[in-house]
Design a protein around this ligand. Structure first.
Ligand SMILES: *[C@@H]1O[C@H](CO)[C@@H](O)[C@H](O)[C@H]1NC(C)=O
Ligand SMILES: *[C@@H]1O[C@H](CO)[C@@H](O)[C@H](O)[C@H]1NC(C)=O
Ligand SMILES: [Cu+2]
Length: 324
């Protein structure tokens, strides 16, 4: 079946990308052991469609603003591209390993701070793709008016790098990196088509339904839960949107951050089911098969200070201070 073939191609590609990187992946250990003080008033992260029009517009303006700011890590590209570069360079250290969830939690936080530096007054938002799984391409996040724009140009023949998003605020934006290459290009999306004859929605929606989220969340231990969440709905949403969301340069598509905030929310909800046990439940292996511990460093390559996994297991600390 085409859908499953596409998914297999994507997953093979993901593992292939794990062996390559654009830059030097390891920063010097700069981790600070800061006190994990509890915050008193955690902010509520919102679903995109639950935000006000003003919040949505402020968010989008701040994303565009990132592309006007200089690199924080001495690249010749912009602050927008820094997030892409760092995520791609670290790909094998942050995917398929225990720190996948806390690393992306920290990465979203760094991005949220950058948006605030660009005038955004709200908080990180998520796309509840499970709620939209019956018709993913009709989700409000793809609105050209107050969303991220829709599918890329699907005209045939299929010319490489031609699946540009041609509506919404990111039309005309130039992205610097693609996979391991420096390759200026448009924001690309290639929503995986529906297969009505088989009763299958577009974007492989049947693989990220509320039932699948419930199934993944039923694992009682961190390692099994994390493995199922990363390899199943998380990976399928990347594959379903495709285009720039496929390779390890996926932060090129600003929907990446709403997708990963949803992944973070699923983890948060899982932790809340038994906070005394699950808040610091962390296990499995890190890069090169090293056994995971709460002292593992999460590298940020200079866009932020490297920090320890244990600093980001709870969201009700003064570092993070949010809830869902
Ligand atoms: C950027 O360059 C400056 C000056 O050479 C250096 O001090 C700084 O450490 C560099 N920053 C990063 C993140 O590489
Ligand atoms: C869509 O892509 C084709 C090339 O495949 C190009 O000729 C056409 O101009 C593009 N359309 C838009 C609206 O950008
Ligand atoms: Cu990632």
């Amino acid at each position: 079946m085409t859908i499953l073939k596409n998914l297999a191609v994507f997953l093979t590609a993901l593992s292939a990308f794990a062996d390559v990187s654009v830059g030097t992946p390891v920063a010097a250990p700069l981790a600070e052991s800061l006190p994990r003080a509890t915050c008193t008033n955690p902010v509520l992260r919102k679903e995109w469609s639950a935000a006000t029009a003003a919040e949505r517009s402020s968010y989008i303006s701040a994303v565009l603003c990132l592309a006007t700011k200089p690199s924080r890590i001495n690249l010749s590209t912009t602050l927008y591209d820094d997030f892409v570069y760092v995520h791609n360079s670290l790909t094998d250290r942050i995917h398929g390993v225990a720190q996948f969830l806390p690393w992306h939690r920290y990465f979203i936080h760094v991005y949220e701070q950058a948006l605030k530096d660009c005038g955004y007054t709200g908080v990180a938002m998520y796309w509840n793709w499970a709620a939209d799984s019956a018709a993913p391409s009709a989700a409000k996040v793809w609105s050209p008016v107050d969303g991220f724009g829709g599918n890329g140009n699907q005209s045939t023949p299929d010319v490489p790098f031609s699946k540009c998003v041609t509506d919404g605020p990111f039309t005309g934006l130039t992205l610097a990196y693609y996979n391991t290459e420096v390759r200026p290009h448009c924001l690309m999306r290639d929503f995986q088509p529906a297969h009505p004859e088989a009763g299958l929605q577009d974007m492989i929606g049947f693989q990220f339904t509320p039932e699948i989220v419930a199934e993944v969340s039923a694992y009682p231990d961190f390692s099994s839960f994390h493995g199922a969440l990363e390899s199943r709905p998380h990976a399928v949403v990347h594959a379903g949107v495709s285009g720039d969301m496929g390779p390890a340069t996926s932060p090129n598509d600003p929907i990446f951050f709403l997708h990963h905030t949803m992944v973070d929310r699923i983890w948060w909800l899982w932790q809340q089911q038994n906070p005394s046990v699950r808040t610091n439940d962390f296990s499995g292996t890190e890069y090169a098969g090293v056994a995971a511990t709460l002292d593992d460093l999460m590298p940020m390559m200079g866009i932020a200070t490297d920090r320890k996994v244990g600093d980001f297991m709870s969201t009700s600390t003064t570092d993070l201070c949010y809830k869902y």
